[in-house]
Design a protein around this ligand. Structure first.
Ligand code: BG6
Length: 487
């Protein structure tokens, strides 16, 4: 029987994002952010999961902006803002030694005038002191799907190159103010999702039938790459000990069949949705296949030689990613210069969640191998978990989430196998999520991922009480044993 343990100093814990759990959207001078205008739809069809759930058209944004009756779940979250002391005690009880969270840009800089909100700085310092008190290390993300609304309204988000400097002004404040609390940073959360949502991923609205949609999305991605690279540079100027990663959604996939045509479809899907992003962030270069892709799609990228130099001189120190699922790709045709394929086909070998996300623990091992041996940089898995609609069992005063224990156990075993049997270097794992919070894509509170249950429903009703699920008790035993309890 195998009995691998996580290496000494392995960062082992949970993750969360400010906009999904802080709430307090109008407290202490916070400015509004893009998530504050997203509404929950009680008639949502969970089976109809689409990445464009993250998107918001100009029309919808304007409608939501003037809507006083909508359900805006990101405005209340789980009120971590006012509850963090109790929550950190619970984080310790469920065995976290590391916590990945994000800082809210619109709290720190509420308006486009650039004035720093001292109340926000003091608040985050209190939170980070609390983490220190509990001996919980921090990994801090600078931007996690919460662009300030002024960035959208006055700059058009990352479609506009001026956003690069705005982002760096914010990073400078954060790196200086919070430098004593961590040396591990992440620039943007899941840059590759910008291709699916300009609003959530890059802070601007665009219509589905905009004739230049693709060109605009790639230009925003390019500007984010430059901002990310300059953020690496700045972090090191402020503290040479700083280590900066960026973060992509894993987008791990397979060919839908052994037909070489499907293998070609999968290769193309992987280049566009996955490797391109790591090639730039970790290797510092635009790959040739992307220049071809841009040419065949008539995409004009607004870039200059200086920016390309910035990208190649400031790559990430470690590669972080989120991993929830995998997908299948099927060839359609290649009668033009482009290979057309269908993605998201159901994999008959895998079970899926109620939201249709295939559960693929072996996939994480395969993906870690691919990633590590391609770029040879340490990996940090910063999100991995299962969303389930669950209720607290009042009669037995428990929530027996065996499926979550199974999910985490199977993924963690495969991570250990990648480390010990395949030689992959992995420095950390923060599961999604330590505590129930609002789902980013579906905006439901009832899509729960936590080790800790929070009594709030989709409409923000409930007494906000927190209780540890069975998975939380299991996570503590497992983390205290450094993973040996997995086997
Ligand atoms: C990741 C995001 O893609 O997936 C998180 O970084 C998100 O913000 C998580 O919450 C789970 O997705 P969802 O849509 O179920 O909340």
């Amino acid at each position: 029987m195998k009995n691998y343990k996580f290496p000494k100093d392995f960062m082992f814990g949970g993750a969360a994002a400010s906009t999904q759990y802080e709430g307090a959207y109008d407290q202490d001078g916070k400015g509004l952010c893009v998530a504050d205008f997203k509404t929950y739809n009680p008639n949502l069809d969970r089976k109809d999961t689409k990445l464009n759930w993250l998107e918001m058209s100009t029309e919808e944004y304007l409608k939501n902006k003037n809507n006083n009756d909508g359900i805006f779940p990101f405005r209340w979250g789980i009120d971590f803002y006012n509850n963090y002391e109790e929550d950190f005690k619970l984080f310790k009880k469920v065995g976290l030694n590391t916590f990945r969270t994000s800082i809210s840009w619109s709290r720190i800089i509420p308006k486009s005038d650039g004035v720093v909100n001292d109340l926000a700085i003091q608040h985050y310092k209190r939170i980070f002191e609390c983490a220190k008190k509990h001996n919980i290390k921090l990994v801090l993300t600078l931007s996690h799907y919460d662009y300030p609304i002024w960035l959208l309204e006055e700059y058009n988000g990352f479609l506009n190159k001026q956003s690069i400097n705005k982002f760096l002004e914010y990073c400078k404040v954060v790196f200086n103010e919070f430098k004593e609390y961590t040396t591990y940073w992440i620039g943007f959360n899941e840059i590759n999702l910008t291709l699916h949502s300009s609003y959530t991923g890059a802070g601007f609205t665009i219509d589905e039938n905009d004739p230049n949609r693709l060109e605009k999305l790639y230009n925003a991605v390019h500007n984010q790459f430059v901002a990310q690279a300059l953020c690496v540079k700045l972090a090191k100027e402020i503290n040479p000990e700083n280590k900066v990663g960026s973060m992509n959604a894993a987008s791990h996939s397979y060919a839908a069949s052994p037909d070489p045509k499907d293998a070609l479809a999968n290769l193309k899907y992987s280049q566009i949705n996955k490797w391109f992003f790591y090639d730039v962030i970790a290797d510092g270069k635009y790959p040739k296949y992307m220049w071809k892709y841009f040419a065949f799609n008539n995409i004009k990228l607004d870039y200059n030689e200086e920016e390309l130099k910035i990208l190649s001189n400031n790559t990430v120190d470690y590669i972080s990613f989120s991993y929830y699922s995998s997908c299948l790709n099927k060839f359609i045709d290649n009668s033009t210069n482009l290979v057309k394929y269908e993605t998201g086909i159901k994999n008959k070998f895998l079970e899926s969640t109620e939201w249709g996300w295939d559960i693929d623990p072996i996939g994480i091992r395969i993906f870690m191998n691919e990633l590590y041996y391609k770029y040879k940089k340490p990996l940090m898995i910063v999100e991995n978990g299962i969303g389930v609609d669950e209720k607290w069992d009042v009669n037995n005063d428990t929530l027996n989430d065996t499926y979550r224990i199974e999910y985490l156990k199977n993924h963690l075993k495969n991570i250990l196998l990648a480390i010990y049997e395949d030689g992959v270097e992995c420095i950390g794992y923060t599961m999604w999520t330590a505590i129930d919070l609002v789902s980013m894509s579906s905006k439901e509170m009832s899509k729960r991922y936590g080790l800790i249950f929070v009594n709030i429903d989709d409409f923000g009703k409930g007494d906000k009480s927190r209780k540890i699920k069975e998975s939380g008790k299991w996570f503590k035993l497992m983390s205290d044993s450094n993973g040996s309890k997995l086997w």
